[in-house]
Design a protein around this ligand. Structure first.
Ligand SMILES: [Zn+2]
Length: 91
């Protein structure tokens, strides 16, 4: 190997691998051209999680006459569900 070793760069890479690098979003660009973005707080993250995990109760009526209620996640609110009696896709 010729030339000088860049020990500062080696140390930087080691430190970044060990500790991780700060996100540009939390620091902002040099010169302060963009204000740093505020990361969402714990309360906002908890509210987001609760909304994602929220369950809703759906009443499903089938063409065969069977009717039932199902507790499904909010993300599946409009999913097509199958009748437990006849196996048809119920509305
Ligand atoms: Zn049915």
């Amino acid at each position: 190997m010729t030339g000088k070793m860049n020990w500062g760069g080696v140390r930087d890479r080691d430190r970044i691998a060990r500790q991780g690098a700060d996100s540009v979003a939390s620091i902002g660009l040099p010169g302060g051209t963009t204000p740093p973005k505020k990361p969402p707080g714990k309360a906002a993250l908890r509210a987001e999680l609760a909304a994602a995990q929220r369950k809703i109760t759906r009443t499903i009526k089938c063409v065969c006459g069977h009717e039932g209620t199902a507790i499904v996640p909010a993300s599946k609110a409009r999913a097509r569900l199958r009748c437990s009696k006849c196996g048809e896709v119920a509305a």
